[in-house]
Design a protein around this ligand. Structure first.
Ligand code: HEC
Length: 125
């Protein structure tokens, strides 16, 4: 009995800590990338085995520009070039930006976080 109660108190503490986490320092672009993007994207130039194309050297790159990555026809036909405004638009709502794209991502970041992440990402080699 005692043990069970102790366990519950322990869990309560963890939940409290998690609850207050967002109040701390705002996450850096790098940290946002780690949380929201890294499961599907690496940086660097070469396609790897991830679900999404590598995102190194993105600034000024044509959409669907990584050779050897199997992009959707929608992204290939978009004619987009990755700059700050296009990247923010894409990340804010990919389906509205380029319908029928294959990036299965719903933006859970604030507008400010999206902007910070895009700025950081476009500065990566
Ligand atoms: C569930 C996997 C997944 C997540 C999470 C994800 N992406 Fe993607 N992303 C993709 C896929 C797949 C594509 C290719 C889409 C297509 O071909 O239509 C893509 C394409 C892109 C492109 C276009 C690249 C190019 O070469 O034209 C950018 C930019 C991008 N993602 C940025 C991001 C960022 C930044 C995040 C995090 C906020 C993110 N993505 C989260 C899977 C993902």
């Amino acid at each position: 009995m005692r043990r069970a109660a102790g366990h519950r108190i322990g869990l309560g503490l963890i939940v409290c800590l998690l609850d207050t986490a967002p109040m701390a320092e705002p996450l850096s672009g790098e940290a946002l990338f780690a949380v929201a993007c890294e499961a599907c994207h690496s940086l660097g130039p070469e396609p790897d085995h991830r679900i999404g194309p590598p995102l190194g050297g993105l600034h000024g790159r044509k959409a669907a520009g990584v050779r050897g990555f199997g992009y959707s026809p929608a992204l290939q036909a978009s004619g987009w070039v990755w700059t700050l405004p296009t990247t923010v638009a894409w990340l804010s709502d990919p389906d509205a930006a380029i319908p029928n794209n294959a990036m299965n991502y719903v933006n859970a970041l604030s507008a400010e976080e999206t902007q910070r992440l895009a700025e950081w990402l476009l500065a990566q080699p």
